[in-house]
Design a protein around this ligand. Structure first.
Ligand code: 4AD
Ligand code: MG
Length: 451
């Protein structure tokens, strides 16, 4: 039997606490330079990057010669001693005593020079090794942990929803379909919400967290066809409770990232002061107030005429906001803003109408600042059997597929609410990434499924 050895190796992350000690490191060459009796190897191992210094007189001659053959992304093991060095970003360097090459990489395609987006996306499996992508993925992992910690620590039970489903949840225009044995068509879930509602009636407060799918025809910087969504659902919560929870939640995520990922945010050149301001209370306004603000501030809507020409009009009450309206609205704010009570017509069938004004739904969207746009969509749910049934029929949805969902209104119906936060949208906002494709390890978009 081969002895397990992983504990006898160190990671670059640990080095600042190992000054003066001998270490064994494994990783890949980020960069090399050499002059005369010195070889410098920038080693990366996934946990960090460290400069390793090899002095010709400190190693065997063949080791020094081997070091000269190293290329970008070649893999190796290094033995050495950790030395404090004020000039190094992590405060340490490694003096090399031995080196073992695992593999010499030939012509690694991603060099330090600038590459185009298409090329980088084709090489996403390699691009992930670069410092910037590495930092974004670490922030993403921390956001996922913050999401779980927040709900696990506040009395929520994780109840995952299925991905293969018999019916639409968020409109029929963005459904991916597949054949499901003898049972006809199945669809990839657009949201775990409907199941989340059933789960909340069993557990009180639940969250579902997993991949969701939308056959979005839009090529924007904010849309993926496969994205992760976390969806809390709470029995006995009304819209006001839902909005309060969403604020607590988003504040917690941002403050947790600031606490644990400062080096990564710095690598990304993120303006930290903007994130530090993300503290409750956030801004709030109704949809109607938002429309008034747009029109008072002359934010016009481009409208195509029958003859193909475009005119600019005031924003008509009743239409949904697009990215331009959201961006204009948010230009006045440094913190997120919750817009609530949207017109019933533009929102999903399951949303409860406002008893005080049935033209609007008890819906809410959270918009993030700095051009990030909508990160949360949520609502209070229709809890009345007749009203919900009528809405399912009005939306031309197959009633048989929703009988189980109607059961929640047949057996102990209660007011309840929830929301969905898009993970990638949130990573994009917090990291300041330009495009959503950088926020998922292997993003799926309308025009790309490789690698
Ligand atoms: O606003 P949406 O469509 O809401 C729902 O799906 C509700 N069922 C959630 C609920 O109440 N449980 O989507 C929620 C969030 C959006 O605010 C956005 O952050 C993200 O999911 N999202 C997308 N992210 C990336 N690409 C897409 N195509 C997205 N569509 C929605
Ligand atoms: Mg939405």
């Amino acid at each position: 039997m081969v002895e397990s050895a992983y504990k006898s190796y160190h990671t670059i992350e640990q080095l600042p606490s190992l000054v003066g000690q001998t270490v064994k490191l494994r990783g890949w060459v980020y960069d090399t330079t050499g002059k005369g009796k010195l070889q410098f190897i920038k080693l990366r191992d996934g946990s960090g990057i460290v400069q390793c210094v090899m002095l010709k007189t400190a190693v065997a001659e063949e080791v020094f010669e081997a070091a000269k053959t190293l290329t970008q992304e070649s893999s190796l093991t290094i033995d050495g001693t950790v030395r404090a060095d004020d000039r190094a970003p992590s405060g340490v360097e490694v003096d090399v005593s031995n080196l073992q090459i695992h593999h010499i990489a030939k012509d690694y395609p991603i060099t330090p020079k600038e590459h185009g987006d298409a090329f980088l996306m084709e090489n996403r499996h390699l691009w992930l090794r670069s410092t910037r992508q590495h930092a974004i993925m670490r922030v993403r992992a921390t956001i996922v942990k913050a999401i779980r910690d927040f709900f696990d620590g506040n009395g929520f039970t994780l109840m995952d929803s299925p991905i293969l489903t018999p019916a639409a949840c968020e409109g029929t225009s963005t459904l991916f379909e597949t054949e499901y044995f003898d049972l006809g068509k199945a669809y990839l879930s657009q949201s775990g919400q409907l199941y989340g509602e059933a789960s909340a009636m069993a557990q009180g407060k639940i969250y579902t967290f997993g991949p969701t799918f939308r056959a979005e025809k839009s090529k924007t910087r904010r849309h993926l066809t496969e994205f992760w969504m976390v969806e809390p659902e709470m029995a006995f919560f009304e819209l006001a409770d839902d909005m309060d929870l969403a604020e607590d939640f988003v504040e917690y995520i941002v403050q947790t990232v600031l606490k644990h990922r400062m080096p990564e945010l710095t690598t990304l050149g993120r303006d930290i002061s903007k994130l530090e301001k993300v503290k409750r209370p956030f801004h709030r306004m109704s949809y109607t107030e938002a429309v008034e603000w747009l029109n008072k501030n002359n934010v016009k809507l481009n409208r195509k005429q029958a003859d193909g020409s475009e005119i600019q009009i005031d924003f008509p009450w009743g239409e949904d906001f697009g990215a331009p309206q959201e961006e204009a609205l948010m230009s006045q704010f440094e913190k997120p803003c919750i817009v609530h009570r949207y017109p019933t017509e533009v929102k999903a069938f399951y949303m409860k109408r406002d008893p005080e004004n049935p033209k609007v739904a008890l819906a809410m969207d959270m918009l993030a600042p700095e051009g990030a746009g909508e990160i949360i969509g949520g609502s209070q749910r229709e809890d009345d059997f007749e009203a919900l049934k009528e809405r399912i029929l009005a939306h031309d949805l197959p009633l048989e597929s929703f009988e189980w969902y109607l059961d929640l209104r047949r057996y102990g119906s209660v007011p309840h609410s929830g929301f969905g936060l898009g993970l990638e949208r949130t990573v994009k906002w917090i990291t300041g990434a330009e495009h959503i494709r950088e926020t998922n390890p292997y993003p799926r978009m309308i025009y790309r499924i490789q690698p």
